[in-house]
Ligand binder design. Sequence first.
Ligand SMILES: C[S@@+](CC[C@H](N)C(=O)[O-])C[C@H]1O[C@@H](n2cnc3c(N)ncnc32)[C@H](O)[C@@H]1O
Length: 221
Amino acid sequence: MRREIRSFVKRNGRITPGQKKYVSLYLEQYEVSLNSECLFSQSFGNKNPVIIDIGFGNGDDLFSQAYNNPQYNFIGIEVYLSGIGVLLKKITENSLVNLRIINGDAVEVLNNNILRNSVSKIQLLFPDPWPKKKHHKRRIIQLEFVNNIYEVLCSEGFLHIVTDCEKYAEYIADVIKKSNKFVDEFSINNHGMNFKRETTRFEKKGLNKGSIIREFSFVKK
Ligand SMILES: C[S@@+](CC[C@H](N)C(=O)[O-])C[C@H]1O[C@@H](n2cnc3c(N)ncnc32)[C@H](O)[C@@H]1O
């Protein structure tokens, strides 16, 4: 069944001819096929640990993480084709083999298409904070979604969330605590998968406004 409330607004247009060109030429080749449950080893041809980035925007940071960490497989999930076009350009220009894309709603993808206990890390960098109270139901971080993240993560898998919105940070901490399924990685001194991060487009916007960046790093209990 399709959800009514989404964490993004459907928008048409707003894609440049260049981005469109990369999408039509390469998306099929680099997209993870969503059979009933996608098997990463088929997509990548190896069994390296998989990291999923949800809502990668134009993928600057995701590209550099994948480029600098070839011993891991990366999958970016994004709804908007414009950002996918930007990322596909970089992937193809650099012949990157450890980065694949899913064009879709991450909430549905996690619910329906990802094998349980198959992902080593899930990251959400600057998910939309939906600051107005009447829009809080649109926030991607909801208890049910966090439970699904827990299900698809491997044993001791990592969940990394970054936001520049103080109120969203408080809310995220609260939802994770309520889920009772994660521990803060600092509390158990397990920092196994922290890669160097590029400043993302949304992070730059936040920093320009003087916002404080809050990073959460959790480990599956
Ligand atoms: C505020 S932007 C952050 C983009 C990027 N991570 C950055 O830091 O620059 C949030 C992104 O999440 C994407 N998004 C929102 N809900 C999503 C969903 N349910 N599934 C996949 N992507 C989603 C939006 O399209 C948007 O690109």
